[in-house]
Design a protein around this ligand. Structure first.
Ligand code: DX5
Ligand code: ZN
Length: 236
């Protein structure tokens, strides 16, 4: 599947539950991917941290490339790194389908977003809890995905920040239904309904999947809650 084709397939299957591979069992990465795939995951969210843009380290292109060889699930790379332009080719080469960079790391991202698209992937822009929506508006046309952080980036297992819902509400009509509006951090069975009612279409989930013993059940419950909340919000 070509990388832009991954976006159209994802958009036709909203809402999406994107397991965050930050909370998985790293000693058994291959098994985790197989388990997620057989549990109905529609894509994998790959959190890349550099110990500089965020105070934590995770993994990078070699690990992503190794995973690319064992699954055809689309890869949604979330680059929490300084100077992502410097490493873009490595992430393209590793087989990422969506590549999201932070507006705080690249305040003038137009060129980089175009390079991501020219490289065959879908470009995305993420914003931290303290960053206003206005900062990304001039670049929305260049994006296939917008990611609203609902925790400070860097760690899984944090508490969902309700203030992120206002951002989602503002962005939903601007992003529309042909692109992805993602929310990331503290999304669980309690918070997913509000996020879905606010207009998010992709839900990044770490703890609420990986801290359970049944990934399939967790993904299914989250998906049902997201669908239910979106349906009632649209019928109001
Ligand atoms: C945080 C990451 C998230 C996070 C999600 O910087 O971007 O993807 O790991 O994990 P939970 O769902 O536990 O907040
Ligand atoms: Zn993330």
């Amino acid at each position: 599947m070509s990388r832009p084709a991954a976006l159209s397939r994802l958009v036709s299957a909203l809402p999406l539950i994107a397991p965050s591979m930050l909370k998985c069992d790293f000693a058994n990465l291959h098994r985790e991917v197989e388990l997620l795939e057989s549990s109905g995951a529609q894509l994998l969210h790959l959190d890349v941290m550099d110990g500089h843009f965020v105070p934590n380290l995770s993994y990078g292109p070699p690990v992503i490339k190794a995973l690319r060889a064992v699954t055809s699930l689309p890869f949604d790379a979330h680059l929490m790194i300084s100077d992502p332009a410097r490493y873009l080719d490595d992430y393209l080469d590793a087989g990422c389908n969506l590549i999201t960079v932070h507006i705080e790391a690249v305040p003038q991202p137009a060129r980089l977003l175009r390079q991501i698209r020219d490289g065959g992937a879908s470009p995305g822009l993420a914003l931290n809890p303290g960053t206003p929506v206005e900062s990304i508006l001039p670049f929305l046309d260049e994006c296939d995905l917008v990611l609203v952080m609902s925790v400070e980036p860097g760690f899984g297992g944090q508490k969902f920040m309700p203030a992120s819902l206002d951002k989602v509400r503002r962005l939903a009509p601007l992003v529309g239904k042909d692109r992805l509006l993602s929310i990331d951090g503290g999304v669980d069975l309690d918070t997913i309904s509000e996020a879905s009612a606010a207009g998010a279409s992709q839900f990044v989930v770490g703890s609420a999947i990986f801290d359970t013993s049944d990934y399939r059940q967790a993904i299914e419950n989250l998906h049902l809650a997201a669908v239910g909340a979106a349906v009632s919000a649209n019928s109001e």
